[in-house]
Write a protein that binds this ligand. Structure first.
Ligand code: HEC
Ligand code: HEC
Length: 505
């Protein structure tokens, strides 16, 4: 089914209808301040205790701080890639919504390591044979400090205390993939973002590469730290030690301390986290609306907000059942049966499926369940879902309303990224999730409901989602603070990204 065509027709129709009612042709501007929809939204905002500020009461960091500045250098440095061809920013660039604009990420072995976003390809002569091999879509790093319970699509970095607004910083500690489910990792650091930052370097396809593939997680981290600090056993002179050492000495105010004591895997993770936690982008039109500016939302977006927060029984879409609070997530796991594309996580008959949260808990109820994503800035964080199967926001919304229909009619031509694996297995790998959803519905469990909306209502929901964008994330000049100036790394390892036209990102 082609929604876009119908959506377009509807927009035109809706515009002309509204134009008749008012003297202006600008159809979707707010009609009047005292409209009943504003009253409805006032009640909704009060009921859900929304403030518009997802960071309220949370520790974040300042991009101008020495820690965040050095963390930014590390985040953009290929020195942390085992084969020196991939950096954190490879898949989390501020100008690409804090992600990579790809359905499935490409880390190591890219044809052109500097080219990010559309046009980024895996080298056909590499061990990866030209196939995007990272099994999941890269989530945004924007507002990462707002998560309190879990990171990753399957929550494998998890606060054991889950204290509200603590970001994982509480007595109970943080579980990571280095320890068994339910245990605290003594090396996790004191927040979820730092705990997470120690893992990309351990993934062969993301950053570790192939030369050091046999090293254990802790071995590769310590090796990379020693290489950056130039105190590794080979003392290979791969980097200019004075560059990093001087910066670490300044940040830690330890002018005579050695590279061995300062440039450690723990400090590297902590600094990177400091940079990531400075990416606060919450000044959205929706927030302004909550703060009292009734003109910051169009009439259509207001109608979408009402649908978003209204239950199915009362004719709404009940999105708030999962996307709740100012950060638009319950941080819980749900099976909504999005199409499974790509390599998968080694699950199912031939290893191309992804069991999601089940992989961590081993509990059948968690099979095919993924973490509810935040919807802040969702306009710029596509492609959407854990495997990036949807490349239009409208399609992602339609999917929620009738997953079986959308999966059955899933159109692979929407994928602009070439060479994605297992496109012939989408149905086989997604049917079990659909069957589980049906079974859970029949058992009366509180799972995704089937909801009947018309095209106009879906447009309204999408219009509402667009009001969750902080304008800064669409403005390169505003983002400049989070992108280091070119050529400051004397080793040439700073990843200065370009798009497929060769223009700087
Ligand atoms: C090859 C692309 C790639 C690289 C390089 C990469 N990431 Fe990621 N990142 C991903 C993908 C894919 C996921 C989701 C994985 C999952 O959930 O299983 C992810 C998840 C994350 C998350 C969790 C986000 C959330 O909402 O839960 C954070 C934070 C993050 N990465 C930060 C980093 C940092 C820091 C680095 C560098 C040390 C890095 N990434 C390097 C692709 C990448
Ligand atoms: C039952 C819980 C639940 C409900 C209700 C729900 N969602 Fe979701 N939503 C999810 C989960 C889980 C995902 C991620 C699925 C995946 O990764 O495969 C998601 C993904 C999304 C995404 C993609 C975000 C991204 O970054 O990939 C959007 C947009 C979205 N939902 C909007 C909505 C809207 C609009 C509604 C109401 C019509 C809604 N959701 C209702 C659980 C829910």
């Amino acid at each position: 089914m082609n929604h876009l065509t119908t959506l377009f027709a509807f927009t035109v129709l809706a515009s002309s209808m509204t134009a008749c009612q008012s003297t202006t042709s600008e159809s979707i501007l707010p009609v009047n301040n005292n409209s009943s929809v504003d009253k409805q939204l006032k009640q909704i905002i009060a009921k859900h205790r929304l403030t518009g500020d997802a960071m309220q009461g949370r520790r974040t960091s300042d991009i101008e701080s020495p820690q965040a500045q050095l963390g930014m250098r590390l985040f953009f440095s290929k020195s942390l890639g085992g084969d020196q061809d991939s950096a954190c920013v490879t898949c989390h660039h501020p100008a690409l919504g804090g992600g990579d604009n790809l359905s499935l990420s490409i880390g190591v072995a890219a044809e052109r390591p500097e080219l990010l976003g559309e046009g980024r390809l895996v080298d056909t002569n590499s061990q990866l044979n030209g196939v995007p091999s990272v099994p999941r879509n890269a989530p945004t790093t924007f507002n990462i400090a707002a998560w309190d319970e879990v990171l990753f699509h399957d929550g494998r970095v998890e606060s054991l205390g889950k204290t509200p607004a603590a970001g994982g910083n509480d007595q109970q500690g943080i579980r990571t993939p280095d320890v068994a489910f339910g245990l605290a990792d003594p090396l996790s650091g004191d927040n979820l973002v730092m705990a997470q930052a120690r893992f990309p370097v351990t993934s062969p396809e993301e950053m570790k590469g192939f030369v050091h593939e046999t090293k254990s997680n802790e071995e590769i981290r310590e090796y990379l730290a020693s290489r950056v600090g130039d105190y590794d056993e080979n003392h290979g002179g791969l980097v200019v030690p004075s560059y990093w050492l001087k910066q670490f000495q300044q940040v830690y105010q330890a002018p005579t301390a050695s590279a061995e004591t300062l440039i450690t895997e723990q400090n590297i993770a902590s600094l990177i986290a400091s940079y990531e936690r400075s990416q606060v982008f919450t000044n959205t039109p929706w927030r302004r609306y909550i703060e009292g500016d009734k003109t910051s939302l169009s009439a259509s977006a207001k109608a979408g907000a009402v649908l978003f927060y209204t239950s199915k029984q009362k004719g709404g879409a009940d999105c708030v059942a999962c996307h709740r609070g100012d950060f638009f997530t319950d941080e819980k796991f749900h099976n909504i049966a999005t199409p499974q594309i790509g390599n998968g996580k080694g699950n199912g008959a031939d290893g191309s499926a992804d069991f999601g949260r089940f992989r961590e808990t081993g509990s059948e109820t968690d099979k095919y369940a993924f973490r509810t994503p935040t919807l802040l800035n969702v306009e710029v964080t596509g492609p959407w879902s854990h495997s990036g199967a949807y490349t239009e926001l409208e399609a992602m919304v339609w999917h929620h309303l009738d997953p079986r229909d959308e999966v059955t009619n899933y159109d692979i031509t929407q994928l602009s990224q070439p060479n994605i694996a297992n496109l012939d297995k989408i149905q086989a790998n997604t049917q079990p999730a659909l069957q589980k959803l049906d079974a859970d519905r029949n058992a009366g469990l509180a799972v995704l409901q089937s909801i009947d909306l018309n095209d106009k209502q879906v447009i309204q929901l999408v219009d509402f989602l667009h009001t969750l964008t902080d304008p800064c994330v669409k403005n390169r000049a505003c983002l400049a603070k989070w992108i280091p100036k070119e050529n400051e790394d004397p080793n040439g390892h700073q990843l200065d990204a370009v798009d497929m036209n060769g223009d700087s990102l």
